[in-house]
Write a protein that binds this ligand. Structure first.
Ligand SMILES: [Zn+2]
Length: 414
């Protein structure tokens, strides 16, 4: 494996302040999306420290020490294909319909940043001019195969200029779950501002710090998530680039995501935006007090999970992981129990036959696991726990149980 480069940022990604308060240190973790192939099992997988900080000035929660994103996306195969995730297309369809209805007319130019395999752009491609941008070559190849125009590049202000010259200004630019992966948010926003038409709209769906605090969700903390956002932070940041936040909602995606709407022209702020901002104020979301509570809750939850797993192992119970998702790897590593699992099951064919980083636990299909079922499955994509339990009625009937690390630790059926 090539040596991975790390970057240490001294200043805040949004406001350039040098003053930070520590939120949580979760120790050294491997790169969660780089699963290991059989031939590479003899190598030691690299690990990197993860410390989360909050900027004292603008309040953005962020990692300062990061692994070069180019390595994450370009030099290793990025194993996350949106279309492999259960129910995601059902989530994107009404989202795309809402954007079309509110902001677009036929033949308008639509750009998606971080388009992955084109799962959402697919809903736009027939009526509008569309362009997808994603740094991971292997996922872009899949988008191209579906007939979606896409380029395997990082979005930057330089690229925005090139797109503007070739295609003209964009009426809608949007990005889902990709803004957190970008180190240079200033250059991104500069590029968006350049490429957007005067009456254009920029929509971002990103992780929500408010949801993470409220639900003690730490599964989102990993190396390719550089920032954790709130609505307040966006309002302040957008102003610097002459963009105006006019609407926002919290959606159920990823266990609570923030969808935020920005425009170049002045638009009346929506009622739901006002309510959200008020709520962040009232709950003191961006205070050090809240980040201290968050830290305590995360530590308690990971200790509780560790105790439960060690207790079950002592009673000779077999435990497996349900979903070899990036999120779950953080949960396992925080409790140091990754090597206690017999195997992972995962529906994504791209992951089957590979091994988890560091612990080298095999990933198999759910079908292959049927001949050797575990006593317990830990659900490692906790936001899909309802879907999984619904699907696994026959496993439950045979006495199988689930451990769900969501809002603390629950065992189902109890
Ligand atoms: Zn800042």
């Amino acid at each position: 494996m090539t040596k991975l480069k790390t970057i240490s940022n001294k200043t805040c990604r949004m406001c350039e302040s040098k003053k930070f308060a520590k939120v949580i240190d979760i120790g050294r973790h491997p790169l969660v999306n780089s699963l290991v192939s059989k031939k590479d099992l003899k190598f030691k997988d690299p690990t990197f420290p993860i410390k989360v900080w909050q900027c004292i000035e603008c309040k953005l929660v962020q990692l300062k020490d990061i692994v070069d994103a180019n390595e994450i996306y370009k030099n290793v195969d990025y194993l996350y294909f949106s279309s492999d995730m259960p129910g995601l297309d059902k989530y994107f369809k009404p989202y795309a319909d809402d954007l079309k209805k509110r902001f677009l007319k036929q033949n308008d130019f639509v750009v998606e940043i971080g388009c992955n395999d084109g799962i959402m752009l697919n809903f736009f491609k027939d009526k509008y001019r569309t362009l997808g941008i994603d740094p991971a070559t292997n996922v872009v190849l899949r988008a191209l195969r579906k007939g979606i125009t896409a380029v395997p590049l990082f979005f930057s202000s330089r690229l925005a200029e090139q797109i503007l010259n070739e295609w003209g200004p964009a009426k809608l630019i949007y990005g889902n779950n990709c803004i957190a992966h970008l180190d240079n948010l200033k250059d991104l926003t500069k590029g968006v501002s350049k490429l957007l038409s005067k009456d254009g709209v920029f929509v971002v769906e990103c992780n929500y710090w408010g949801g993470m605090v409220e639900n003690t969700n730490y599964s989102l903390i990993y190396h390719d998530h550089f920032s954790y956002f709130s609505a307040q932070v966006w309002v302040k940041f957008a102003k610097k680039y002459k963009l105006n936040v006019f609407d926002a909602i919290v959606t159920p995606a990823q266990g609570g995501s923030l969808r935020i709407f920005l425009s170049k022209n002045k638009r009346k702020p929506s009622k739901r935006l006002k309510i959200l901002l008020d709520n962040e104020n009232k709950t003191r979301l961006n205070s050090t007090y809240m980040s201290t509570i968050y830290r305590k809750n995360v530590l308690n939850t990971s200790i509780e999970l560790k105790k439960l797993v060690l207790y079950l192992i002592k009673k000779n119970k077999v435990i497996a992981g349900y979903g070899a998702a990036a999120k779950g790897m953080t949960i396992l590593k925080c409790s140091n129990i990754g090597n206690k699992l017999k195997y992972f099951v995962d529906d994504s064919p791209a992951k089957q036959g590979l091994y988890s980083p560091v612990d080298h636990v095999p990933i198999i299909s759910r079908r292959d696991s049927l001949k050797d079922q575990p006593d317990y499955f830990i659900i490692l994509a906790p936001n899909y726990s309802d879907v999984i339990i619904q699907k696994e009625k026959s496993y439950i009937k045979k006495g199988g149980k689930f451990i769900i690390p969501k809002n603390g630790i629950t065992v189902y059926p109890n």
